[in-house]
Design a protein around this ligand. Structure first.
Ligand code: URA
Length: 236
């Protein structure tokens, strides 16, 4: 990580303030004064300010039960975003790990750990995402087979990866998909001649949305849950 970013995060100050401190010679790395704010800070290096060690805050990992009606975005000038559900200091720190449509509810992840979010969202990690969908019509009889074989969605160049469908009743289904194309689930059911009336994400990889979280509520993930999300098939 660059020195100015490190100092900014560890001291809880802006990047600009961090650069000023560095250029004034107030920051030491392994005992040496460093004035180059773009310098890389290595894993074992000790960064100090006024003789005191600066430590990066521990990364945060959150699950939010997204309610319908909020945008999955960090900021928006017209509509409320999911960030309005978090305390301000936390909202300023984290980013979204994938997105849900405005009218989709359920499991949404947020973190300030870029490497972790990359692993969760990378197309090379096939993390199954499981959704409950309410459909406008009863599903066609061969839906399972067509979803398993892959569907060609409008204006796409390749068929979808195999998806698993479970019928709960005539118009309620559970669907697990291995990718995250734009409006994927809604478009898959449209390709089957149907329409999604309500969509809710209940699981990513091995992590299930906490049933005690009310819509709009959030909590920190446990260490076990952070690992469980990554229970995916890795594609080389
Ligand atoms: N698929 C969709 O169509 N919408 C979502 O929000 C998530 C998956």
């Amino acid at each position: 990580m660059r020195l100015d970013r490190f100092v900014s995060q560890a001291a809880g100050i802006s990047r600009r303030q961090a650069r000023i401190l560095i250029q004034r010679g107030r920051i030491h790395v392994d005992g040496d004064t460093v004035k180059d704010f773009a310098r890389h800070v290595g894993a074992g290096e000790r960064v100090e300010r006024g003789g005191e060690s600066l430590e990066l805050p521990r990364p945060v990992y959150l699950m939010l039960n997204k309610p319908c009606g909020l945008l999955s975005a960090t900021t928006d000038s017209h509509q409320p975003t999911v960030m309005t559900r978090l305390p301000e200091a936390l909202a300023a720190r984290v980013h979204l790990v994938g997105r849900l449509d405005k009218e989709t509810s359920g499991l949404l992840l947020l973190t300030d750990d870029g490497a972790w979010s990359h692993r969760v969202t990378s197309p090379n990690h096939q993390c199954a995402k499981t959704y409950l969908a309410e459909l406008a019509e009863p599903l066609v009889a061969d839906a399972e087979e067509r979803l398993r074989q892959g569907l060609m969605l409008r204006s796409e160049k390749s068929v979808t990866r195999p998806a698993e469908l479970t019928r709960l009743d005539a118009t309620h289904v559970r669907l697990s998909v291995m990718e995250g194309r734009y409006h994927q689930v809604r478009r898959m059911f449209a390709a089957l001649g149907n329409r999604v009336l309500a969509l809710h994400r209940e699981r990513i990889g091995g992590l299930v949305l906490d049933p005690s979280l009310q819509p709009g509520d959030w909590r920190h993930l446990t260490a076990t849950e952070c690992e469980a999300v990554l229970m995916c098939e890795i594609i080389d």
